[in-house]
Ligand binder design. Structure first.
Ligand SMILES: [Zn+2]
Length: 266
């Protein structure tokens, strides 16, 4: 069976890889609440499994050990959320990338499954470009599901109800990836806490004024009672398999596209 995970390789396996063209996927997530039933490791588990399946179905793609911890400050009051500082996160991701570049790899792709990490991933990628002249890629595995379900219109009639944090697609995918481990009796929709008219539009970092966003930083538990920002009821392992398989199919094409783009510098 094809070996795609670096953690399973020897140094001689690594030596023999084509450093010019091998794409190294670096799965990145965080450890944070995903509502009362969602596993706290959901983000890095999805990033890792997505990367492994994309690599297994592609030629010349390997997967680095995951960066499990990330930036989940807004969820820190929920037990099990283990957030780290942006400076720690950026240093960790940068050092992993520089270690790979030190071994000669030139095509690095961050597979980031947590939206809150994105700005820091951008910072690292720009720093790596400046320091090493290496242009990196980034993939958000959920993008297919996130854009109002555009990638899955047959599965979600009402995307506004289904999508959000700790929402149905995540719980379904985790039921698929962790069979029998998600407690279905705890799957429940989140409800907004009673709040003033202005704060009814509050997300973790934004409030709307006359239809436009203003920055306003709060903790998630000031907004949602159980941590979920949408309705995950109706989640199932069967649906999770369909969603995940489509994400992987998209990922295989996206990595192929990035491989070509990373090899072209003007
Ligand atoms: Zn997340």
């Amino acid at each position: 069976m094809k070996k795609v995970e670096i953690e399973k390789m020897s140094w001689t396996d690594m030596r023999d890889l084509d450093k010019e063209d091998t794409v190294v996927l670096i799965p990145i997530g965080t450890v944070e609440q995903h509502g009362p039933a969602g596993p706290v490791g959901s983000d890095y588990v999805v990033a890792r499994q997505f990367s492994i399946e994309v690599a297994a179905a592609s030629d010349g793609v390997v997967v680095a050990p995951s960066v499990c911890y990330g930036l989940s400050h807004q969820f820190k009051h929920f037990p099990g959320t283990l957030t780290i500082r942006p400076s720690t996160f950026e240093a960790l991701v940068r050092d992993v990338c520089e270690a790979l570049i030190g071994h000669g790899f030139k095509k690095l792709v961050l597979v980031n499954s947590h939206g809150g990490n994105e700005a820091s991933c951008d910072n690292v990628a720009r720093e790596i470009l400046d320091r090493h002249g290496v242009s990196m890629g980034m993939i958000y595995p959920w993008s297919l599901a996130m854009h109002l379900g555009r990638g899955m219109p047959d599965l979600y009639e009402n995307p506004a109800k289904a999508f959000g944090h700790g929402a149905e697609p995540t719980i379904s995918v985790m039921m698929h990836l962790f069979p029998g481990q998600v407690d279905e009796s705890r799957v429940a929709a989140g409800t907004r806490k009673p709040t003033t008219e202005a704060l009814k539009t509050l997300s973790a970092t934004r409030v709307q004024y006359q239809g436009f966003p203003l920055g306003l930083y709060r903790y998630s538990d000031e907004v949602y009672d159980n941590g979920a920002s949408a309705d995950p009821t109706g989640a199932s392992a069967e649906k999770g398999k369909i969603v995940f398989d489509r994400m992987v199919e998209y990922g295989i094409g996206a990595v192929g596209e990035l491989r070509g783009l990373l090899g072209q510098r003007q």
